[in-house]
Design a protein around this ligand. Structure first.
Ligand SMILES: Cc1ncc(COP(=O)(O)O)c(C=O)c1O
Length: 333
């Protein structure tokens, strides 16, 4: 009998971003494609990892997160979000924001559901939606501000989606959603009975005067919002694979099940070590924002010198360059 792999795989390709990293490595090129820091995490954090490896943390942690880690994470997120976060009820610790997004979509979607995704989008969202058995509805973000057309969003919500994914700050456009945009999204989600899944892995990389607004902290939105977060970008530890879903207890109890069967849990010693990072004081986050602002200035200075047109990012660490003048049919060419 002939055999064939699952049809759902035909809906997406392997990651272009990670393919670009492999190509860059092959040719020794400077790799500007994949989002990871090219510097080490703080020494204090590396020392904490060394200590954790000497400790009794070599077996499975509690599947939804090592208790001290969840406590430190809840305290840190409460402080920044301005809402109480309960370490036992509001969190599932995952293998990065990557797993968190898939867990979030698998927790809310039934086969045949649809999910609104703003485009341009972080490529995982399309694949994750399909893996969760749902269908993406793409709504454009319009350059140069990367705002959305309210009517286009209303039309997408009229299709009764199960959820909307909001990447804020946004990869790859660098857009930071304003409070009024998020409130508008919240109203439409409420009318449609849809969940809001917000990917906030760049919550601490925002360029003044722009400010990060936590969707879950807006009035009335906590109960329908699944916040996807990560330690990858904030503490320069993309290889540690530590992320989380933060949501209301009824959602979290479902998300815990999905996570348990997907991966069981994130690395136990690294959760223990990362408590050190989660306890950093405000000066760490101020310095992070200053350092990334300086890097942004440096990089866009080179783009200006090269005569390339681009959109200045409001947050995250991506710059979208306009290559239409090169006369190629698409960016892969
Ligand atoms: C928007 C966004 N979400 C999630 C991730 C993945 O983060 P993690 O390393 O926590 O899986 C990335 C990585 O580039 C990203 O850009």
């Amino acid at each position: 009998m002939p055999f064939a792999t699952a049809q759902r795989l035909a809906g997406f390709t392997e990651s272009i971003i990670r393919e670009m990293t492999r190509v860059a490595n092959r040719y020794g090129a400077i790799n500007l494609s994949q989002g990871f820091p090219d510097f080490d995490p703080p020494l204090e954090l590396r020392k904490a990892a060394e200590r954790a490896l000497q400790g009794p943390y070599h077996q499975y942690a509690i599947t939804w997160g090592q208790p001290e880690f969840r406590e430190a994470l809840a305290a840190k997120q409460s402080r920044f979000m301005g809402v109480p976060v309960d370490p036992d009820q509001h969190l599932v610790v995952t293998c990065g924001g990557t797993e968190a997004m898939l867990v979030a979509l698998m927790t809310v979607c039934n086969p045949g559901d649809s999910v609104i995704i703003f485009s341009p989008f972080y490529e995982n969202y399309g694949a994750d939606t399909i893996l969760a058995g749902a269908r993406p509805i793409y709504v454009p973000l319009r350059p140069p501000q990367f705002d959305f057309d309210p009517e286009a969003l209303q039309a997408a919500f009229a299709q009764r989606p199960k959820a909307i994914v909001v990447c804020n700050p946004s990869n790859p456009s660098g857009k930071v959603f304003t409070e009024s945009e998020l409130r508008f999204i919240g109203e439409l989600a409420e009318q449609a009975g849809a969940f809001i899944i917000t990917d906030e892995v760049y919550e601490h990389i925002v360029y003044p005067p722009h400010r990060h607004t936590y969707a879950a902290a807006l009035p009335g939105l906590f109960n329908r919002t699944l916040t996807v977060g990560s330690l990858s970008k904030t503490y320069a530890i993309t290889g540690w694979r530590l992320g989380f879903v933060l949501a209301a207890p009824e959602i979290i109890s479902g998300a815990r099940k999905v996570h348990d069967f997907l991966t069981v849990g994130a690395a136990h010693p690294l959760q223990v070590a990362a408590v050190t990072a989660l306890r950093f004081d405000q000066s760490y986050y101020d310095q992070l924002a200053r350092d990334y602002t300086a890097r942004r200035e440096l990089f866009i200075g080179y783009l200006q010198k090269a005569g390339l047109s681009f959109v200045e990012p409001q947050g995250a660490y991506y710059v979208l360059v306009d290559i239409s003048e090169f006369g190629q049919p698409d960016d892969t060419q």
